[in-house]
Write a protein that binds this ligand. Structure first.
Ligand SMILES: Nc1ncnc2c1ncn2[C@@H]1O[C@H](COP(=O)(O)OP(=O)(O)OP(=O)(O)O)[C@@H](O)[C@H]1O
Ligand SMILES: [Zn+2]
Ligand SMILES: [Zn+2]
Length: 808
């Protein structure tokens, strides 16, 4: 057999086991196929989607042909392919898992169960069987014969009692099941009908029609009145598709499918965009613009205090990329909380933007990505998944609030958007801007080392002062006999704010609540005798436990430090705070934003815009009230429990606390009026609280980086978290110990430590027990290579998480 063109195809099945490409013959009619195409191939006895990653001329002996191309252009360009490959190697996932991130809905096809009549159907026999059944049976069988294969979904529309009918047909072999393959995320299209003949011919034909042919007459008359008809109008005129088909066959009309693009964000409000830039904004742009023009890889950390006008810098940078005909990806932490930034971009760029969010249907997502791919749009804005948009002219990636942990995907593949963005930008020779008022310790460290160029904006727009912060020691509040969750200084501030008709935001920092036990009298937190880390409260067993050494302890009745009875303090919910606020301020209009009130679509945006419009006086909520909003009448921010997260057994506890306090405080006084903040805490002397109250990032950084160095935590080392899972508690511990021993033996690489196994902080989820092993290393590349060769990743009960953000 002669050599022929073949394609190397990665099969889109999210397994960790098949990780090599398979060769398929490229049939003559699909000779256009090149690297990057999505195709349909036979695999075992199935037909599946695949991605072409290589081409060769080789012997085609024993090879099967590609069945179909799923598009008529390559989906992946070179930098997308290189990024997928990098991602699979860095995060130890299969290439298929990495590549499917770039496909709307993870796969371009959907296999549906459907029904058809068998080729050898005996109609006479069928007629006898059906004679005893209602007429409906015959109609439906005929329908399946004419339209098959049809899905159950389609048939449900024909009868309300479809299930027994299908069962009967199957039983008597009148129909068989078949799998039909649907291409997903096709551009939505509209059928448009035009005359194919001159108006005179059409008019003559209409007159010559037999009297009873009213449907054809209606169609011709309608077309003589207007240029074209769509499916919607046909339905209104009660003209069946069959009628149209007959007339098309006679050459009287043409039928075309025209794609329509769906845009579910079209209704959002616009805001004016033309501002003259501040001195600091100009300075920063003088660095960014040459880099963007340069069309070489470069990365920046834009460290700008809250309210310094970072969004405007992003907009100008994107505008520059667009002037150069380059495309831009803009990542935001959570789309629901960022309608303001989207509105600002839309005001500046209008239809040049597509917005990606999790509520988009696969079809809408496909349209959005097609608009980018075809160059109809130049900017994509969205949460981390927007990073995988098919922009072929990538010039700029912006990550707003780069410190946010939502940029880490907590399911396979467990990538961090910041790292992937840097990799993709390198492959595409593009510029990256990481922006934040509270950069992550890792990023700031890298910037100081020169891996990113550090740009700072130290002042708010219009020189507005940073808000003044009062730290309230809640132990003293209790000593003075006040047991309310609202301290006196907070109450006073709210009274004054409401009197001036200004607005307040109250943040209840719930992270870490109910996990540790705190004495309300002296602030003492119960810690492990051996490990100096807070004991974790396990609600079901009502027991305290150390996550590092397994020590168990009952909750004491009195504080071991001061003897107080106020020891069992597991935190407060937003509802309780709301009641307290209502008691103090019965006339104030309060709106609560938390998990309970925001489960509906766009509920966040609705609550925020109602608050921004002044319909409420106080916005109360969890973390989500602290982020990104820019509301000029907000002059007061209260933080109910500034320090709860400090007690989590997580080396990033201080970083998370500092970022939250700074971001929350940053919501106050962004307009012309000065802002004030009250922070309630049991730890007023902690450096995260002190630096947070002073808006002093570098003070916090200096403290924190020293601690990281001392304990060998990132950025001085890299972490790998290996989780072993089992539904059996004994098995999981045994397997984890075995794995830890195996790792200790194999990973004899310098500067690497293996910690654990220890039970995960939520050690049982849905009846699956989880035990963690943590690897600390200064040699990540070598260690991942070793782990890969040990075949740990392909074990079903093991999860490997590179650079985990959650180490608990
Ligand atoms: N050059 C300018 N002139 C006037 N107003 C500006 C200018 N630049 C930005 N602003 C306004 O200043 C406010 C704060 O800007 P922006 O929201 O971009 O801040 P930010 O740096 O992103 O803050 P945060 O980190 O808190 O989200 C906004 O209302 C914005 O419209
Ligand atoms: Zn311990
Ligand atoms: Zn105490």
């Amino acid at each position: 057999m002669p050599d022929n063109a073949t394609a190397q195809v990665i099969i889109n099945i999210p397994t960790r086991k098949i990780d090599k490409p398979f060769s398929y013959v490229i049939p003559a009619h699909l000779s256009a196929i090149t690297i990057g195409w999505r195709v349909l191939v036979p695999f075992g006895n199935r037909r599946v989607e695949g991605f072409v990653v290589g081409l060769e001329i080789e012997s085609t002996q024993g090879l099967k042909p590609i069945l179909e191309a799923l598009d008529n252009y390559p989906w992946f360009d070179n930098n997308m392919l290189a990024t997928a490959k990098w991602l699979s190697e860095y995060y130890l996932c299969s290439l298929a898992e990495a590549m499917r991130l770039f496909i709307p809905g993870q796969s371009g096809i959907k296999i549906q169960k459907s029904y058809q009549t068998p080729a050898e159907l005996d109609w006479e026999h069928a007629a006898i069987l059906l004679s005893k059944k209602p007429a409906e049976y015959r109609t439906i069988l005929t329908y399946i014969y004419e339209h098959g294969p049809v899905t159950l979904n389609n048939l449900t529309k024909l009868s309300s009692q479809i299930n027994p009918i299908i069962k009967f047909f199957l039983q008597h072999k009148l129909i068989i099941t078949a799998n039909s393959i649907n291409k997903r995320g096709q551009a939505a299209s509209l059928t448009v009908i035009n005359l194919a003949v001159s108006r005179e011919v059409a008019a003559d034909t209409e007159k010559a029609l037999p009297k009873n042919n009213t449907a054809q007459r209606r169609l011709l008359q309608a077309l003589l009145h207007t240029q074209e008809l769509t499916t919607v109008e046909l339905r209104r005129l009660a003209i069946a598709p069959n009628t149209v088909k007959k007339m098309a066959d006679q050459g009287l009309v043409t039928v075309r499918n025209v794609p329509v693009f769906r845009n579910s964000y079209a209704g959002l409000n616009r805001q004016a965009a033309n501002l003259s830039l501040t001195a600091e904004q100009l300075q920063v742009l003088q660095e960014l613009i040459p880099a963007i023009r340069n069309e070489r890889y470069s990365s920046f950390l834009l460290h700008g205090v809250t309210g310094s006008g970072k969004t405007q810098v992003y907009i100008q940078a994107v505008a520059e990329a667009r002037r150069l005909n380059k495309q831009a990806i803009v990542l935001v932490p959570e789309i629901a909380l960022t309608s303001q930034i989207i509105a600002r971009f839309q005001a500046a760029f209008d239809n040049d933007i597509v917005v990606i969010h999790s509520k988009l249907s696969v079809g809408e997502r496909y349209d959005a990505w097609r608009r980018l791919q075809t160059g109809q749009a130049g900017i994509v804005i969205g949460a981390r998944s927007a990073l995988f948009a098919p922009v072929n002219q990538l010039g700029l990636i912006i990550i707003d609030e780069e410190h946010e942990f939502t940029y880490k995907q907590e399911e396979a593949p467990r990538y961090h958007a910041r790292e992937v963005a840097l990799a993709r930008a390198k492959f595409a020779a593009a510029t990256v801007i990481l922006g934040s008022a509270t950069p992550s310790i890792e990023t700031y460290f890298q910037a100081l080392q020169g891996r990113h160029k550090l740009l700072s904006m130290k002042k708010r727009v219009d020189d507005a002062p940073m808000p003044s912060v009062t730290v309230v020691d809640m132990r003293q509040e209790l000593a003075q006999g006040r047991r309310s969750v609202i301290s006196l200084p907070l109450q006073d501030m709210l009274t004054e704010t409401l009197a001036k008709k200004e607005q307040a935001i109250i943040l209840l920092n719930r992270r870490g609540y109910s996990t540790f036990v705190l004495c309300r009298e002296c602030g003492h937190v119960l810690t492990c005798r051996h490990c100096d880390i807070s004991l974790v409260y396990h609600a079901p067993s009502k027991i305290l436990r150390c996550h590092y050494c397994q020590e168990k302890q009952a909750v004491p009745d009195v504080c071991p430090e001061c003897g107080s009875r106020y020891i069992k303090y597991f935190g407060t919910g937003t509802q309780k705070v709301e009641e307290a606020l209502k008691g103090l301020f019965p006339l104030a209009k309060i709106i609560r934003m938390d998990q309970d009130t925001t489960s509906r679509k766009m509920a966040h945006a609705k609550i925020l815009s109602a608050f921004a419009a002044g319909s409420y006086d106080i916005l109360l909520g969890t973390q989500m009230v602290a982020k990104g909003h820019d509301i000029s009448n907000v002059t007061a921010v209260g933080i109910i429990s500034a320090d709860t997260a400090l007690n989590l057994p997580d080396f990033r506890a201080a970083e998370k606390t500092f970022a939250l306090l700074t971001q929350a405080a940053g919501r106050a006084g962004r307009g012309s009026k000065t802002g004030r903040v009250v922070m309630q805490t049991y730890n007023p002397e902690h450096y995260a609280i002190i630096a947070g109250a002073e808006h002093n990032y570098s003070k916090f950084y200096q403290n924190e980086i020293g601690f990281r160095q001392q304990l060998c935590y990132p950025p001085y080392t890299s972490l790998i978290k290996i989780t072993v899972q089992s539904d059996n508690e004994l098995t999981v511990h045994r397997q984890a110990s075995q794995l830890a021993a195996e790792l200790t033996q194999k990973l004899s690489i310098a500067d690497t430590a293996i910690i654990g196994p220890f039970p995960a902080s939520v050690n049982k989820i849905k009846d699956i027990f989880r035990v963690n092993i943590l690897i600390k290393t200064q040699n990540l590349a070598a260690i991942t290579k070793e782990i890969y060769s040990m075949n740990i990743v392909s074990r079903n009960n093991v999860i490997v998480d590179i650079d985990p953000v959650n180490v608990l």
